[in-house]
Design a protein around this ligand. Structure first.
Ligand code: GLU
Length: 481
């Protein structure tokens, strides 16, 4: 019986937070929030050889950026701390001793060379490279002698020789492993550090974790963990192993085929809301066709029952689309908050908020990532001073200067300078001259923006304002001839 939902995200600080890790953290967070429980962050740093400096800080800041807030964890007081495994060593050592005393574990004195020989021989015989249990039945006096000598030792768990273990996975249903396929796992290493397997069980127990949510790669470790729960006489938590994340070619998601660190997406200017929304759907779906969910809406909708076991393809095009949609749905105040610092770096400061906002609304449809605002719309903030020769050849004719100077004069006389009046005036002038309106549109756009494409010309002109338009037309006519 699950009384109270407590979930955890338990990364090893071996690198920057991976998008797969973000999904694990997200699902664990959503489940805890949905049921009014707690979400914990626990740092699993027992493999000292794989620690990467700065990884813990990165994991914490990436979670924070994504809006996934932990209730207990490093830097936060909690009833079950410390939340960093290297600060809990005596607890693991005590529990390894308990297993020894109860006959569920044994000392192993095998040297690294011997273990390697055993491994190689097993592989040569096409057997799983498991430990051969050489030390499992050493006589007690031999053990005592060895312990007093200078050989180093580890502590291994005893896995039954016969039978099988079945457990229920909340995503996969019943899963069975024959004990023959389960290794006598090292629990405590010679340096006194636990392995992941001992530490994860002890901590999930003492941190009162109700649901262990983690990647599929840990499925085959679960029988070891469940055995340990049995050995300790503890109730095991519920398990949910999330499907793999895949590259578009359905291989396991890898760096070689694209970015895998949350940090990369953050740096590129993806919005956390869009990335989280996208990631939520990699394995889960709410049923129906709705695709846009805020974090709060995800909390309401999320259930483990709707997580599938099939691998989920990380489709970058879909993520781009989602980010674009988030930008397109932002109002101008929010957009301005995002881009103002970026614009300031460019020196685009001399404009009213109103002007910025009007420009952003016109540009946002064409933007996938926030930094795209810098490249899609510089002409809103800087008049073009030189013109591409090819564009000029295509869009600027001998009579263009005459036409658009006329247009500038017509603009001066317009009582209202909104997009509709601008459009009307230009169309009327085209009729009067007996030319196609495109003979005005192309040179005007070139003169005003230096580009062949962009937002609606009429709206752009209205945003620039009469004075700026007049100035730019004059400048362009002089330059383009
Ligand atoms: N430390 C493991 C990892 O890095 C945690 C696995 C688990 O959640 O049990 O993914």
């Amino acid at each position: 019986m699950i009384k109270h939902v407590r979930t955890r995200f338990a990364p090893s600080p071996t690198g920057f937070l991976h998008v797969g890790g973000l999904r694990t953290a997200l699902y664990a967070f959503l489940l805890a929030r949905k049921h009014g429980g707690e979400f914990l962050l626990r740092i699993e740093d027992t493999d000292r050889t794989r620690l990467v400096p700065g990884a813990v800080e990165n994991i914490i800041s990436a979670l924070q950026w994504a809006g996934i807030e932990f209730d207990e964890g490093p830097g936060k007081n909690g009833p079950c701390g410390p939340y960093v495994q290297s600060e809990r060593l005596p607890l693991y050592q005590k529990h390894a001793q308990e297993l020894l005393a109860a006959g569920h574990a044994y000392y192993c004195f095998c040297s690294a060379e011997r273990l390697e020989m055993v491994r190689a021989a097993k592989i040569a015989n096409k057997l799983p490279p498991a430990y051969d249990q050489h030390c499992r039945n050493l006589a007690p006096d031999v053990v005592t002698q060895q312990l007093q000598g200078s050989t180093t030792h580890v502590i291994r768990m005893k896995v039954p020789h016969e039978g099988e273990l079945t457990f229920n996975d909340l995503i996969r249903g019943d899963v069975t492993f024959g004990y023959k396929t389960v290794d006598d796992q090292v629990l405590l290493k010679s340096d006194g550090f636990p392995t992941y397997h001992l530490a994860v069980v002890v901590d999930d127990h003492y941190m009162n974790i109700s649901h262990v949510i983690r990647g599929e790669e840990w499925l085959s470790s679960t029988p070891k963990h469940i055995l340990l729960y049995q050995y300790f006489g503890w109730q095991a938590p519920l398990f949910a192993h999330l499907p793999l994340m895949l590259n578009p070619d359905r291989s396991k998601l890898s760096k070689r085929q694209g970015d895998v660190a949350v940090e990369d997406y953050r740096q590129k200017g993806f919005l956390p809301e869009a990335l989280v929304n996208f990631i939520a759907f990699l394995g889960w779906n709410p049923g129906g066709t709705r695709e846009f969910f805020t974090l709060d809406e995800l909390i309401q909708e999320f259930t483990l029952e709707r997580v599938g076991s099939a691998g989920a393809v990380f489709n970058l095009e879909k993520l781009n689309w989602m980010n674009q949609q988030y930008i397109a749905r932002m109002d101008s105040d929010e957009l301005l908050k995002h881009v103002k610092p970026m614009f300031a770096e460019k020196g685009w400061t001399n404009f009213s908020d109103q002007y910025f906002k009007e420009a952003l609304v016109l540009l946002k449809e064409r933007v996938i990532l926030m930094p795209d605002f810098l490249t899609t719309g510089p002409f809103f903030f800087e008049a073009p001073t030189s013109f591409d020769e090819q564009l000029k050849a295509k869009n600027w004719k001998a009579e263009s200067a005459e036409y658009i100077r006329d247009v500038a004069r017509i603009f001066q006389a317009l009582p209202a300078f909104d997009a509709a009046s601008v459009e009307q005036a230009i169309r009327a002038y085209a009729i009067e001259k007996g030319v196609n309106v495109s003979a005005l549109i192309h040179p005007l756009r070139l003169a005003l923006s230096g580009a062949a494409q962009g937002p609606s010309l009429w709206q752009m002109i209205a945003v620039f304002g009469k004075a700026e338009v007049a100035k730019r037309i004059e400048l362009a006519c002089k330059t383009l001839g």
